[in-house]
Design a protein around this ligand. Structure first.
Ligand SMILES: *[C@@H]1O[C@H](CO)[C@@H](O)[C@H](O)[C@H]1NC(C)=O
Ligand SMILES: *[C@@H]1O[C@H](CO)[C@@H](O)[C@H](O)[C@H]1NC(C)=O
Ligand SMILES: *[C@@H]1O[C@H](CO)[C@@H](O)[C@H](O)[C@H]1NC(C)=O
Ligand SMILES: *[C@@H]1O[C@H](CO)[C@@H](O)[C@H](O)[C@H]1NC(C)=O
Ligand SMILES: *[C@@H]1O[C@H](CO)[C@@H](O)[C@H](O)[C@H]1NC(C)=O
Ligand SMILES: *[C@@H]1O[C@H](CO)[C@@H](O)[C@H](O)[C@H]1NC(C)=O
Ligand SMILES: *[C@@H]1O[C@H](CO)[C@@H](O)[C@H](O)[C@H]1NC(C)=O
Ligand SMILES: *[C@@H]1O[C@H](CO)[C@@H](O)[C@H](O)[C@H]1NC(C)=O
Ligand SMILES: *[C@@H]1O[C@H](CO)[C@@H](O)[C@H](O)[C@H]1NC(C)=O
Length: 458
């Protein structure tokens, strides 16, 4: 903890330097958004939705902003929410942000799982955050959910959101820490794993016409590769959706594990899932001999749910790629970090139960929210235990590899690097993405605090 606090303080100091002296995540078009700074205001561009906003201070309208860019006086004080994933980001900012989320569409009010919000169905709001075109007045498009973004690129949308609240500096610090946690665990697992498991990310849509999908988008591809696994994917000439269930089963050949995010109704468990997937006697020759089925390695992402049974995963996965990656690693290698309990993924085939929100869930404190679960030190190489079952190895996997995500520099750091804090800070000025590896030099104190999730204690 001690070293981590120093590192946070130093990076906070860094942020006090003039913005021009830094490269920052707000300037990388690959993230899907950029900011341009002018005297007295910023112009924020959403490159995915191709919309721009002039963010001006509270006060008179600026008359010198050219182009047809709507002016938004920041910080904004009330917003309606029409996209679920923004909630996972907002809870990492201050309570000024979470309390400004006054209302939302009926779907959002129903599906929100986070205890950090008090949205009501009769409140008004000046702006509406939406994930695409919306008929609401004063829409601000928030595109972190776009599947073309890598996990790290999604996380950068915290800064985009923070610009509407003048909290971009704190957000940058948080994003860098998420990036460095992500890159640290990615580096450790990839340096240790020699024989990779094959994972398929499946999603069935049972509305007619029924389709079975194997996800191949940049997000899924990058997360699986960064977790040192092979992705089961149709080759690029083939479609990734199947209307023929036999072809779908065939495409899953060689999968050691499945991660499934098909929508299920209340009470639908493993037997119902098997029937949805048509993994029933006589359906096909393939599935019964496959690793995922034989060894009961089918995972679902809805392992953390609200009292009403809604999953936290769609709400928070984009904001916390570090937890998503840890989960992907933990299902393969439970010994990667013995103290880690998965956040969202759980073994559905073995009938494990989802957890509901812990009473002591932390809101609005990024430092606590980030430091309580993952502890990663680059100089501790990971070796899978010899007792671990070998991958089945008979797969057709995607050969495209992952898209390189911004901030990947630290993955090339030698794992034995013993640089000091000063070096970390200098590296930080040069390339903030790489700098943050510094946080992983910290050591656990005698009694680490775990006041974020105590999933099994509720
Ligand atoms: C973004 O990068 C461009 C050129 O690479 C530079 O001119 C500009 O000042 C940068 N802006 C920020 C906010 O860092
Ligand atoms: C634009 O106008 C605002 C106030 O109307 C002023 O504060 C700012 O300095 C002006 N910027 C430029 C570049 O003239
Ligand atoms: C936008 O958000 C709504 C509500 O969360 C969701 O149903 C929809 O699929 C999202 N669309 C995209 C393109 O992410
Ligand atoms: C929250 O809003 C109050 C009142 O506008 C302001 O004084 C405070 O600095 C804000 N907090 C943060 C973290 O921005
Ligand atoms: C809005 O709903 C809340 C409860 O959800 C209620 O306490 C409040 O009085 C309502 N306000 C109005 C203006 O109807
Ligand atoms: C948008 O604003 C116009 C004019 O202020 C108003 O008439 C209209 O009802 C508003 N639409 C929505 C969806 O709030
Ligand atoms: C899997 O394949 C790799 C390379 O093709 C090989 O080195 C390894 O021995 C195989 N493992 C098993 C369990 O067959
Ligand atoms: C990711 O890869 C796809 C296909 O290879 C490409 O179209 C896309 O531009 C890449 N995205 C980034 C951010 O590099
Ligand atoms: C993980 O779960 C175990 C009980 O199964 C609990 O004792 C432990 O505190 C949990 N770890 C964390 C980090 O929450």
């Amino acid at each position: 903890m001690f070293k981590a606090s120093i590192a946070w303080a130093l990076l906070a100091l860094l942020w006090a330097l003039p913005a021009q002296s830094q490269t920052n995540p707000g300037n990388d078009t690959a993230n899907g958004w950029i900011v341009e700074s002018y005297a007295g205001y910023n112009i924020l561009h959403n490159l995915i939705a191709q919309t721009s906003y002039a963010l001006v201070p509270q006060g008179p309208v600026f008359t010198n902003i050219t182009g047809n860019v709507p002016q938004i006086q920041v910080p904004i004080t009330s917003a309606a929410i029409d996209t679920l994933d923004i909630l996972g980001f907002a809870e990492l900012l201050s309570s000024n942000v979470t309390s400004s989320f006054t209302t939302g569409s009926s779907n959002i009010l129903l599906a929100n799982t986070s205890p950090c919000f008090t949205m009501s169905n009769n409140a008004t709001a000046t702006y509406t955050f939406a994930n695409g075109t919306s008929t609401a007045n004063n829409t601000i498009v928030f595109s972190a959910n776009d599947p073309s973004l890598t996990p790290i690129q999604k996380a950068s949308w915290l800064i985009y959101l923070a610009y509407f609240y003048n909290e971009e500096r704190a957000a940058q610090l948080t994003v860098l820490n998420i990036m460095s946690q992500y890159n640290c665990i990615k580096t450790r697992v990839n340096s240790g794993v020699k024989e990779k498991y094959a994972i398929a990310w499946t999603q069935a849509d049972m509305t007619t016409p029924q389709v079975y999908e194997i996800r191949v988008d940049t997000y899924a591809k990058t997360l699986i590769a960064d977790a040192a696994a092979k992705m089961i994917a149709p080759n690029s000439a083939q479609d990734s959706t199947y209307s023929n269930v036999g072809n779908f089963h065939l495409a899953l050949k060689g999968a050691d594990m499945l991660l499934d995010t098909s929508p299920l109704s209340e009470g639908e468990l493993w037997p119902q899932w098997l029937s949805i997937m048509n993994m029933v006697p006589g359906a096909s020759l393939f599935y019964e001999s496959e690793g995922y089925y034989k060894n009961r390695k089918v995972y679902r992402a809805d392992g953390l749910v609200s009292k009403t049974g809604y999953s936290n995963f769609p709400e928070r996965y984009a904001a916390r790629p570090d937890l998503a990656l840890m989960d992907m690693i933990a299902i393969q290698y439970p010994t990667f970090q013995n103290t880690y309990n998965t956040t969202w993924l759980y073994n559905f085939a073995l009938g494990s139960s989802p957890q509901s929100f812990p009473a002591n869930y932390v809101c609005n404190n990024a430092y606590v929210m980030l430091t309580n679960q993952i502890s990663c030190y680059l100089d501790e190489p990971f070796t899978p235990p010899a007792t671990q079952a070998a991958p089945t190895n008979e797969t057709e996997t995607d050969d495209g590899g992952s898209n390189s995500s911004s901030g990947d520099q630290s993955s090339s750091l030698s794992s034995g690097s013993k640089a000091g804090i000063a070096i970390g800070v200098i590296a930080g000025v040069a390339a903030l993405g790489g700098a943050a590896f510094w946080f992983y030099r910290r050591r656990p104190t005698a009694e680490p605090s775990h006041n974020f999730y105590k999933m099994d204690e509720i």
